[in-house]
Design a protein around this ligand. Structure first.
Ligand SMILES: [Zn+2]
Length: 134
């Protein structure tokens, strides 16, 4: 599905500003607000910071983007909406980790603990790594 169809399917009107910001996050994959602002304003200097925030929030509200709380304290925006986990490298990069078996295992463990009357809505693990001491 292309970007404009994706937006329409989530109930959002397609605008040039939304298209630009969504494509920028798509290019970056996991993008900090600073990166998004810089790239957006390089492409169109008339888009204000408050507009960028408003568009990003509406993407999150309409499940077009997910927010990630990076251990460095910053919020990152994730274009990948399928269930996946994250590895944070020693260089502070965010790498996607697809592992449906791990997700299933955790889901089963959680259901065993809290009971089958509950449902697990989302499982997302964040693994922080560092270089080994020599
Ligand atoms: Zn991700």
């Amino acid at each position: 599905m292309n970007t404009s169809n994706k937006m329409r399917s989530k109930g959002l009107k397609v605008t040039p500003q939304r298209m630009l910001i969504y494509d920028i996050v798509g290019e970056l994959c996991h993008a900090s607000i600073e990166e998004i602002i810089t790239k957006t304003q390089q492409a169109n200097s008339e888009i204000t910071i408050s507009t960028i925030y408003r568009i990003l929030n509406s993407f999150c509200d309409h499940e077009l983007l997910a927010k990630i709380n990076h251990p460095n304290g910053k919020i990152y925006y994730d274009i990948n909406m399928h269930e996946h986990h994250h590895i944070i490298t020693p260089e502070q990069l965010i790498i996607d980790m697809d592992d449906p078996e791990l997700t299933q295992l955790i889901q089963q463990r959680v259901l065993d603990k809290i009971g089958i009357n509950n449902q697990v809505d989302k499982i997302s693990i964040q693994i922080t790594t560092s270089l080994r001491q020599k």
